[in-house]
Design a protein around this ligand. Sequence first.
Ligand SMILES: Cc1cc2nc3c(=O)[nH]c(=O)nc-3n(C[C@H](O)[C@H](O)[C@H](O)COP(=O)(O)OP(=O)(O)OC[C@H]3O[C@@H](n4cnc5c(N)ncnc54)[C@H](O)[C@@H]3O)c2cc1C
Length: 307
Amino acid sequence: MFKQNISLSLHSNYKIGGKAKYFFEPKNEEELVTAISHIRKLKTDLFVLGGGTNVLFSDADFPGAVVKIQNSKFQILDSNLMIGAGVSMAELLNVVAEKGLSGLEWAGGLPGTLGGAVRGNAGAFGGEIKDAIEYVKSFNAKTGKFMTRVNKECRFCYRDSIFKNAAKDEIIWEIGLRLKPGNKKEIQSAIEDKIKYRLERHPMDYPNVGSIFKNVDVEIVPKTLREKFKAKIKIDPIPVLPTAILLAEAGLKGVSRGGAMISPKHPNFIVNTLNASSKDVKILIYLVKYTIKEKFGIKLEEEIMIV
Ligand SMILES: Cc1cc2nc3c(=O)[nH]c(=O)nc-3n(C[C@H](O)[C@H](O)[C@H](O)COP(=O)(O)OP(=O)(O)OC[C@H]3O[C@@H](n4cnc5c(N)ncnc54)[C@H](O)[C@@H]3O)c2cc1C
């Protein structure tokens, strides 16, 4: 029912990480409940994993249990969907496009699972996953109980939800989505546009975990910088100055450490160019935060999860 000493680099988009002592992959509720009760008996730490597209694992081995969510439930009733948290966004988008269901076009090219997207309220191109959510069913690893929250109980806000805060012991298990009937061709082409945009701008030739830092709320950007980069401010969905602009302005493009590099193509990505260690990436994260604070007085906040 579980594997042992599994290399986390194989389960991370970064291709970085030591070994997990225990590794579970529950596919249904029964397997999830059994896995969690086993982990509680082992009295060991638990880390929940989706697609590994937003996580930086440590170089050291993880002495606890990693639970990789494999709930692949896929049920569609008209415009209402009941989807397992382990379903990849790519698969979800393929199906909704095929069925002519609109509302997730912004997520074209968004990697990872639906569960991961819900926890961080993933968003792009002005859209956010919260806009399509009806309910979230989760499993509390401490109490051993399932519960269901409607959208507004999930306290979604910019790259945030209750599952990152008050409900951080909960494993997102199933998501109810409500989409709208739309034109199949238009939906498909909107998704393809987003994928094309990402391929042109993101450094996809190297392992990465997307943007390292959250974009910066314009309210905290010094007035001179705000004026200088007025044209770069975007709505995401609040007005933000892209962090990549600050990093480029600070001359950080292409700075490297060991096998990790601040991407010259998109400086908010730190890419693994050659067998980077977790330490290499962490040193660059520290360097960026220090430089941006010194130069602009802005405290950057990580978007990725560092384990
Ligand atoms: C090339 C690239 C582009 C990206 N572009 C964007 C973008 O435009 N917008 C954006 O918001 N993000 C973006 N990301 C980041 C990432 O893809 C998203 O945050 C994604 O939603 C993470 O999903 P995941 O399944 O990979 O989560 P993981 O990386 O596996 O996990 C991320 C966090 O969520 C937790 N988690 C995962 N699944 C569950 C669950 N079922 N229950 C509870 N907790 C869970 C994990 O414990 C971890 O803390 C990008 C990443 C890459 C590599």
